[in-house]
Design a protein around this ligand. Structure first.
Ligand code: SF4
Length: 234
């Protein structure tokens, strides 16, 4: 585990090295509700896959109400191949239904006016919201400092020795990263970690020999030159 004083330096190096390797696209302008729905699609995958699935939904359904009254299977078909697609579809419908029952609309812009903390608190009370989706909305929809972390990103950060504490809550892990990464770089870090987790720092057989982070990575050093597979939980 890196000493606290080194974590910021390692994270800065991660940002610099991965920015040379991957392209980071700007997030398009969306309403607060659209950010929340997109977060459900985006968690645990990449922007490329999530964009494709989200476009599939937008092309298939006329509006948010049509999504609300659709079946899980219809949403799965619209999203196409995506891990845990049925769970995502169920959560999308659940969020729209719960918000509609509370407000008779799909507008969330009002909560944005109440400030980030209040807005985040209200969204987090939705049964189908979770830490990632709330943090995503805070970052993209409420202009706050939050860094949504999903399992692939956490895997990379743990292997790099930046995160520890398997029993720590997601909120606490996120707080650690938010402490070291300034708001302006948060979105870029999230994007780079996702791409890295999907291409080189894969769950099984990470390609450490091709990784620009190898000199800073304890897990990579351990794995280098061996055929051993990393433990999944690292
Ligand atoms: S060196 Fe290996 S384990 Fe470390 S970040 Fe790179 S791919 Fe992942």
């Amino acid at each position: 585990m890196a000493a606290a004083a080194n974590k910021q330096k390692i994270l800065e190096h991660v940002l610099t090295a991965l920015k040379k390797k991957y392209e980071v696209a700007e997030q398009p302008s969306r309403s607060v509700m659209e950010h929340l729905l997109y977060a459900v699609v985006r968690e645990g995958t990449t922007t490329e896959l999530a964009d494709k699935a989200f476009r599939g939904i937008q092309d298939r359904f006329v509006d948010l109400n049509e999504i609300r009254v659709s079946t899980v299977q219809e949403l799965c078909d619209a999203m196409g191949p995506l891990p845990d697609v049925a769970t995502r579809a169920t959560r999308l419908i659940g969020i729209l239904q719960e918000w509609f029952e509370m407000t008779y609309s799909f507008e969330m812009e009002e909560i944005a006016k109440k400030g980030m903390k209040e807005g985040a608190k209200k969204i987090s009370r939705l049964n189908d919201a979770n830490d990632f989706s709330v943090a995503w909305v805070m970052q993209h929809g409420l202009n706050g400092h939050a860094i949504p972390l999903d399992p692939p990103s956490i895997r990379v950060l743990r292997r790099l020795g930046i995160l520890d504490g398997e029993s720590e809550s997601l909120e606490s892990l996120r707080g650690t990263i938010e402490h070291f990464v300034p708001k302006a770089k948060g979105g870029t870090l999230v994007e780079l970690l996702s791409q890295h987790a999907a291409t080189l720092c894969t769950e099984e057989n990470p390609k450490c020999g091709k990784c620009p982070l190898l000199p800073d990575c304890p897990a990579g050093q351990e794995l280098k030159g061996t055929e051993a597979k990393p433990r999944k939980s690292r």
